[in-house]
Design a protein around this ligand. Structure first.
Ligand SMILES: Cc1cc2nc3c(=O)[nH]c(=O)nc-3n(C[C@H](O)[C@H](O)[C@H](O)COP(=O)(O)OP(=O)(O)OC[C@H]3O[C@@H](n4cnc5c(N)ncnc54)[C@H](O)[C@@H]3O)c2cc1C
Length: 457
């Protein structure tokens, strides 16, 4: 018996929750409250990529993402792949041969966590390595192929920097259309009886110490109190504010993140290329006179100084409409959530230049003075960079939020876990790793003080 459930927020987390409850589990009384257009705040800003490669520090993220990808594949199979899921993989690349042992170690760690085998290919002559097929979205191949022979790398990835010495090709990875996925789930959820309520949730009402309803300022004017046995906060960047109205302080903070896109009119990046990530720190490539002028000015000198590794990008679309999407998280700073998202100075220029280090052919767009389109949103993060999914100290109030830079790929396992909590079903082994209660556990807090960024992209 599920009772009445009100979900606040129709981003990918809220829509997936509505879909799982109504379509997969037959819940009859589910309402989805959305203040803007569904899927329009963060969920349409992403790079739409997914991977089961989460090298550390334990296996929870791998188990969680494997489950999410299983469910994405199921949806793709059931819909004739309406949301264009592919299996092109993630390609981590470096011009530093000494990174090879570290990449192999990461791949072996990922394997121990259930990400699939690590395979090292040392020689172009004998290697059986082959890049992922273009169209398949559910090829059985998982794990990672590590290529340490520059000749083998050049054979398969001739567009990468000619000095590339090592790459790791993660296989259970690729991308999809998040908008199509979201709309498909929303349509099915509404057909199964979910009511989409257009308006802003202003309060979670309680009776005694239990949720009793959600108050909504309707977009069409007026107010409605939606009676609820359970409420779910899937409010993306606004979740902290929404939770505080219910008396909860969530351990979360926001980081603005941006991406660029531009038309690849010269077809520099093959349409079947994987998601490519340049691991090495770099100095942005400038012409000598540009560098001199930038260095001479105290406000622009930083553009000539070293930048960290992590520039990444992928092809999108095909033929004459083909574009390249790229991101470069060279500074991760906490910020207040404000809309519209403030501009990040020189982001387009920096990211395009950073990408030319990995794919030198993209230089043609710098020479032409290309001005990529920049957009972005907020990564909502917790101190261990894992989401919050499940109950809160307020009986009946649940969370599905803080999906950082992986909320699209995480959407299915997130809704799956949330639903198990809401419907009192058996919980998967990774449930505790995503429960709010972990932040009241001193052992967990001490442990995460030693964690890195978990391979954030
Ligand atoms: C640049 C960038 C690149 C990314 N790349 C990837 C990627 O490659 N792969 C990946 O998996 N993820 C990626 N992400 C992350 C992913 O986009 C997010 O984790 C995900 O979209 C979060 O979804 P959400 O539903 O939690 O939030 P949102 O999409 O922000 O949805 C929250 C919704 O709640 C509504 N809302 C809030 N408060 C209220 C209220 N009081 N009443 C009514 N409605 C309310 C909002 O209007 C909004 O529609 C990226 C993100 C960014 C910014």
């Amino acid at each position: 018996m599920s009772g009445s459930i009100v979900i606040v927020g129709a981003g990918i987390a809220g829509v997936a929750a509505a879909y799982h409850l109504a379509v997969r589990h037959g819940c009859r009384d589910v309402k989805l409250v959305e203040a803007e257009n569904p899927l329009s705040m963060t969920s349409d800003k992403s790079t739409e990529a997914y991977r089961n490669w989460w090298p550390g520090p334990d296996g929870a993220m791998t188990a969680y993402m494997n489950r999410s990808i299983d469910l994405l594949e199921e949806l793709a199979r059931g819909s004739g792949n309406r949301f264009n899921m592919n299996r092109r993989g993630y390609l981590f690349a470096s011009a530093d041969a000494t990174r090879a042992p570290w990449l192999i170690e990461m791949a072996e760690l990922a394997a121990r966590h259930g990400g699939g085998a690590a395979r090292v290919h040392g020689s172009a002559a004998t290697s059986a390595y082959s890049p992922a097929p273009d169209a398949a979205f559910d090829a059985p191949l998982a794990g990672a192929d590590i290529l340490t022979d520059p000749a083998l790398i050049r054979r398969h990835f001739p567009y990468l920097n000619g000095n590339t010495k090592v790459v790791a090709h993660v296989r259970r990875a690729g991308w999809l259309s998040a908008q199509q996925l979201g709309m498909m789930m929303l349509e099915a959820a509404r057909e199964a009886g979910v009511r989409l309520v257009r308006g802003r949730a202003t309060r979670v009402e309680t009776r005694g110490d239990r949720v009793s309803g959600v108050r909504v300022a309707l977009a069409a004017g007026g107010e409605e109190l939606l009676a609820a046995d359970s409420a779910v906060l899937a409010s993306g960047p606004l979740v902290k504010e929404m939770a505080s109205l219910a008396g909860l302080t969530l351990p979360t903070f926001a980081e603005p993140h941006y991406k660029i896109s531009w038309k690849d009119s010269e077809r520099v990046v093959p349409r079947d290329a994987p998601m490519m990530i340049w691991l090495d720190p770099q100095q942005l490539p400038w012409h000598a006179e540009e560098r001199e002028a930038l260095a001479a000015d105290a406000t622009t000198r930083w553009l000539t100084e070293p930048f960290p590794g992590g520039a990444h990008g992928r092809p999108d679309g095909s033929g004459s409409t083909g574009t390249v999407l790229a991101l470069y998280n060279y500074k991760n700073e906490q910020a207040e959530v404000v809309f519209p998202l403030p501009e990040s100075e020189h982001y387009g220029e920096i990211t395009l230049r950073g990408m030319t280090t990995m794919v030198p052919g993209l230089q043609v767009y710098l020479d032409r003075g290309a001005r990529p389109y920049v957009d972005g949103g907020y990564y909502m993060k917790t101190p261990d960079n894992r989401p919050l999914i499940g109950p809160t100290p307020v009986a009946g109030l649940h969370l599905s939020c803080c999906y950082s830079g992986f909320g699209i790929m995480a959407s299915q396992a997130g809704a799956d876990l949330l639903t198990a909590h809401l419907l009192d079903k058996p919980l998967p082994s990774h449930a505790d790793a995503f429960a709010l209660a972990r932040f009241s556990d001193p052992v967990h807090l001490a442990r995460i003080a030693t964690w890195g960024d978990g391979g954030q992209l």
